[in-house]
Design a protein. Structure first.
Length: 463
């Protein structure tokens, strides 16, 4: 029995695919051209609508009485005249009008439509009039509903009482910037609509042909090929998720089994390499932390103490062992960003200037940038970035508050503050343990997470 190699099978698939692609090319190019034309028309409509919205005075517009007699008001005539001029400048516009929302969800009402009279062609049975106050069901058109938030345009051709149209919309804002009404611009799109219908019919036929062809091609490929391919796909996804210990089990002696063996060897090599890189990176960064602390003998051993206190708090709060290990690792590295701060600022005995404080406040971000190249999680990076955030939202660098602060960053914050208070600094003596505890209690609920402070107070007595 003739046995085709995977290479031959793939070659056959490529040949059929190229033939199929050749048949589709003209249709796809045509469809792309149609879509480009359609998108250009949408953009133009949004620009016209936005320009019209800027030209309309909101106070004058809101002065139009919402009744059929409103067409006789001076306010109506002023707005209608402006809309007519806009339409004259843009001959492709069929209708231009303004509407406001009502108390009923999705139901709007016309304010000014410069062509409400029967002789304009919109007063007969097929084209109803649109006088001030006439209601309109806007819920049918999702893009129209966005008009009070900003410029928008229909993403597809719409059919309503006035035929097949493509419309653009924009808000009319008052002097305070509040959207009080909207302006709509319609262009007829019968030709585009018919062309789109023809393209859609052809696309459906081509899709049907493509499905039949794909099924026929799929039947040519045996389970001997698709099975291993699925395993390889799952293997690549698993590796992409970080599981470098994943192994693909594919038996046989063809190219697919060789590929699976190579994949397994690759994932194993990546796993070993990552272990070495991670270990090396942590060693280097921890050496950098020691160098940082050596620059200031007052803070020597600070990171180790913060790691110890953080572990005590996390254990008390019942976090799993693997999370506590991550917390300890980040505690050792939490001040790595100070490597990017001048020593003259870090060890300054006098009061820091506002500019110097601004530089100091950048060290969590610098630390995050230093650690990003290593394969650590977003949660671990958040511990470094957010360990100076405050529970009341007045911290830095992101002014987060309460539950928005990563819980492990909140733990680091308490541990960091306590060790800083009970250690000597260049600008002050160490604070007594009892005084430091009082400070934590005093700032619980403002600077610190109350749950973290409570857990720390329950474990610190024995230290």
């Amino acid at each position: 029995m003739l046995r085709l190699s995977f290479q031959v099978k793939i070659t056959l698939v490529i040949i059929f695919s190229m033939l199929f692609a050749g048949a589709l090319s003209n249709l796809l190019i045509y469809k792309f051209s149609l879509e480009s034309q359609f998108n250009e028309l949408r953009s133009k409509l949004m620009i016209i609508a936005q320009t019209a919205g800027l030209l309309i005075d909101a106070d004058t517009l809101l002065g139009v009485p919402l009744s059929h007699q409103g067409t006789n008001s001076e306010a109506y005539k002023v707005i209608a005249q402006k809309l007519k001029k806009i339409r004259e400048v843009n001959p492709q516009i069929k209708y231009i009008y303004t509407m406001a929302r009502t108390q009923e969800e999705g139901i709007w009402q016309f304010i000014v439509d410069p062509e409400p009279e029967p002789q304009a062609g919109r007063g007969n049975k097929d084209n109803p009039t649109s006088y001030p106050g006439d209601r309109y069901d806007a819920s049918r058109f999702p893009e129209m509903l966005k008009a009070f938030h900003g410029p928008s345009a229909d993403t597809k051709l719409e059919i309503d009482e006035w035929g097949v149209t493509l419309s653009g919309y924009a808000p009319v804002r008052d002097s305070a910037g509040e959207a009080v009404a909207m302006v709509g611009v319609d262009v007829t799109a019968d030709n585009v609509y018919l062309t789109q219908k023809a393209v859609h019919r052809r696309a459906f036929l081509v899709m049907l042909l493509g499905i039949i062809t794909s099924i026929a091609l799929g039947m040519l490929i045996s389970r001997r090929v698709t099975g291993p391919l699925k395993k390889l796909v799952e293997g690549t996804r698993s590796v992409a998720r970080g599981n470098l210990n994943y192994a693909v089990a594919v038996e046989g002696s063809d190219e697919l089994s060789e590929l699976a063996a190579s994949f397994n060897q690759m994932s194993k090599s990546l796993y070993e390499s990552r272990k070495k890189i991670m270990s090396y990176f942590y060693d280097v960064v921890q050496s950098m932390v020691r160098i940082l602390e050596a620059r200031d003998h007052y803070t020597r051993g600070h990171s180790e103490m913060v790691a110890q206190y953080s572990e005590m708090i996390a254990l008390k709060m019942g976090f799993p062992k693997e999370k506590i290990e991550e917390l300890k690792e980040m505690a050792l590295l939490h001040d790595i960003g100070k490597l990017g701060i001048k020593e003259s600022i870090l060890n300054k005995r006098e009061k820091l200037t506002e500019e110097e404080w601004g530089i100091i406040r950048k060290h969590p971000i610098i630390g995050e940038d230093i650690l990003k190249p290593i394969l650590i999680t977003e949660e671990m990076l958040a511990m470094v970035r957010s360990h100076h955030e405050r529970y009341d939202g007045k911290g830095y660098p992101d002014a987060l508050g309460q539950e928005k602060i990563n819980i492990f960053a909140a733990i680091l914050s308490v541990a960091d503050a306590y060790d800083a208070m009970t250690s000597c600094r260049a600008y002050r003596e160490a604070m007594a343990k009892a005084d430091a505890i009082e400070e934590l209690k005093k700032n619980s609920g403002t600077q610190f997470n109350p749950k973290v402070v409570q857990a720390f107070l329950e474990v610190i007595d024995g230290v």
